[in-house]
Design a protein around this ligand. Sequence first.
Ligand code: HEC
Length: 283
Amino acid sequence: MSNKSFVVITLVLVALIVYLFASAPPPLAETSSPTATIPIETVFTIVEAENDVVRGLWTQEIVSAGKEVGLAFNEEWRSREVEAGPLPALFLRETAGSLERNPISLGLFLGSDFPINEANLLAGQQAEMFTRIQGTQEPQFFFAEDTGLYVAMFSDVAITEGCVKCHNEHRQSPKNDWQLGDVMGATTWSYPKESVTLDELLAIMEALRQGVRDAYSAYLAEVETFTNRPEIGERWPAEGYYLPSVDVFMAEVSQLASAHSMNMILGLDSQPTSFYVQEQTTK
Ligand code: HEC
């Protein structure tokens, strides 16, 4: 889907949602001052699904396909001497860093009880909630008294042998017996309000998309310094030693995520995960 059609569909939706969410649907002419509120749980579920799309796209189409054609990905990717890109967890960290600089107060953090990086250790109430997630794999929504923030935690599961193998073998990993299907961590979101207006929801989604754009741009800036630079443009690593431009990458994110996010806004779909895989296999 092009950016333009996303905007058009969004505008149509805005009108539609204002109508749908207004407590007693008034005649359409009177919807000019919307008081519609969307619970923060819905917002978190939408951003989680968007982030899931990005993570799937990054992991499969850039990291896995890129390795096949000679691109490298590791922890030292920021270092000038190392010609590499960020691992999935570090791509997420870049996105989270951009969100921190954004005036929209959406927090994002990937934590674990046995993290490779100590900075990713879940503590306090989040650690407690994480044990629940490990039991049920159900997301947890709660209000954190200490920070005054509404929080959502979604399971991050070892879905491939790659997750298990890399973490088990990593010299800094405090746990070496991860197994396929384990809940290895939790994607943790926070926001200061219990509910938002539609405008706020769209601003939050925009902030996340900007975060992803910034993270991908940071990678391409590193790629510019490589001695053997891949061609950057329309093509993807699956086709050879190429990388999509920022706009091409973001257009794919939009195509994979937008329809699903809109369905969730409309309450037509409440499943936050796994549609990325479906999209891929039907391609
Ligand atoms: C090639 C190695 C590698 C692979 C593959 C990998 N990870 Fe990681 N992962 C890391 C590293 C390194 C970090 C620490 C990044 C940092 O410094 O924040 C990390 C961080 C994490 C974290 C945050 C907690 C921590 O350990 O610091 C979670 C949760 C996580 N990974 C889950 C997964 C899952 C689930 C998969 C598979 C879908 C996966 N990882 C695949 C290397 C890997």
